[in-house]
Design a protein around this ligand. Sequence first.
Ligand code: HEM
Length: 114
Amino acid sequence: MTHMHITTWVVALILFFIAMSMDKSSRGFKILHMIVRVFYVLIILTGFALIGSAFDVYWLKAIVGIIVIGMMEMILVRAKKGKSTGALWIVFIIAFLVVLYMGLALPQGFQPFG
Ligand code: HEM
């Protein structure tokens, strides 16, 4: 399940960056945005599957993970409207680094931090 979870957020991030590089008024952007939204759901579902019954240790990672997803969505929507996204990018990068560290430090899956 950790591999599923990693796959879902890696794919979501790749599609997110492809979408950001596209013409925001194009049909392709609209379709890709919808696919990215499906991946939000998959990230959350696989995340919750990893939580199992030990919610006490994991709730903070879940919240930060959902913030990352929230930022991705807000960046896509504001970029489409031609509005500024600078502050959102900062929150996105910080929350992403925090969730990456937390995911890797928590006991399941890879343990690069011992
Ligand atoms: C884009 C957002 C997210 C990123 C980048 C992310 C990243 C990661 C990473 C790197 C791991 C470690 C995998 C491993 O060690 O093999 C992980 C594990 C995990 N993630 Fe996420 N995650 C995200 C969203 C979420 C959400 C929304 C939830 C909860 C609903 C969640 C719950 C978990 C849980 C419970 C684990 C297992 C922790 C453990 O015991 O090792 N994640 N995630």
